[in-house]
Design a protein around this ligand. Structure first.
Ligand code: SF4
Length: 329
């Protein structure tokens, strides 16, 4: 369990049952009451990278902008009404390619405890028809579930609604969800990359083998899972590394338990890439042949990398289940 030296709590939610429950888990942390999370989160002159090693927790109330239309840089799986929402800003993991470091001024984790207001907003959207909602884009919600319990609450919410709910994760922490009912409109999407890529780019994340074990638990529960091979990052011996990786994945996961697979090369907006470069010039993401293309920062050979991995995946999974991001353009 990660320790937080300080936990900042907005006065408005200090008695909220979810806030109380979270605080009970960290009896040794110093609690500081604040008016708005932005007082801490938006302080000037914070260094995201330095702060990441001394992350604190902020418990807050989200007051507006609960749900956003999905980004063009994210796979929508052909869903026309694609949205995402964030109950948490920032993440326990530290991936070099993470766009959050180019997005937020602070690395502290903000947990918005007023889930009921999110549910109300999503209900309004559902009045106009079904939506596809991703709830784990600006964090890894499953990795934080031992603190928040939010996955279980969203799963219960989704079980009586006409929406597709996606929980994207790198966590291996599935065991606590084994006991609850998970309806078919909840999609667990595991982000998987070869171990040499994890070693270089994904600090603090579980190794591939542990993620595969987490997936096996989900499959044993009868779930059809989504595999997200994204972002495909370049490493030395690219073809060999990715070929072995795809084999390892499908040696552990039966293709019939796979709902679909999405593959997308590393890409981020030009502004985010520039901010990350200012924060960490030595980041390995800048070590290979990259390019700015239509305001997007990506590999020169992004399409080639995606297509190579897709061809390998198609040896195990039917073509119609394989979504390749670059092919949308
Ligand atoms: S798991 Fe996702 S949200 Fe967390 S650091 Fe990595 S890329 Fe960012």
């Amino acid at each position: 369990m990660k320790k937080f030296s300080h936990i900042y709590v907005e006065k408005d939610v200090k008695d909220h049952p979810r806030a109380v429950k979270i605080l009970e888990k960290f009896p040794k942390s110093t609690v500081v009451y604040i008016n708005k999370y932005s007082e801490v989160f938006n302080r000037p002159n914070q260094n995201y990278i330095v702060q990441k090693d001394r992350q604190n927790l902020i418990i807050a109330k989200k007051r507006h902008s609960f749900v956003y239309p999905g980004s063009k840089l994210c796979e929508d799986f052909g869903n026309l009404r694609f949205y995402h929402t964030s109950n948490v800003y920032n993440c326990l993991y530290q991936c070099d390619y993470c766009y959050l470091q180019g997005l937020y001024p602070s690395a502290h984790i903000v947990i918005f405890v007023n889930l009921e207001d999110y549910f109300e907003e999503v209900d309004k959207l559902l009045e106009e028809g079904k939506i596809y909602l991703s709830i784990s884009y600006e964090t890894d919600l499953l990795a934080l579930d031992y603190i928040t319990g939010f996955c279980e609450e969203w799963i219960k919410y989704a079980s009586s609604r006409d929406l597709l709910l996606e929980i994207r994760t790198k966590s291996a922490n599935f065991s606590h969800l084994e006991k609850i009912e998970i309806p078919p409109n909840v999609i667990f999407a595991w982000t998987l990359l070869p171990q040499p890529v994890i070693d270089i780019y994904e600090r603090f994340t579980p190794p591939l083998k542990m993620r595969l074990k987490g997936i096996q638990r989900a499959i044993a529960k009868g779930l059809k899972i989504r595999i997200s091979i994204e972002p495909v990052m370049y490493v030395r011996d690219f073809e060999k590394v990715y070929e072995e990786f795809v084999k390892e994945v499908f040696n552990h996961i039966p293709a019939e338990s796979v709902r679909d697979v999405n593959i997308g090369a590393f890409r981020m907006s030009k502004e985010q890439a520039k901010r990350i470069e200012r924060l960490n010039e030595a980041s390995p993401i800048f070590s290979y042949d990259t390019v700015f293309q239509d305001k997007v920062f990506t590999y020169k050979k992004a399409r080639h990398y995606e297509e190579f991995v897709a061809e390998k995946v198609k040896e195990f999974v039917p073509e119609e289940k394989v979504y390749v991001f670059g092919s949308q353009f």
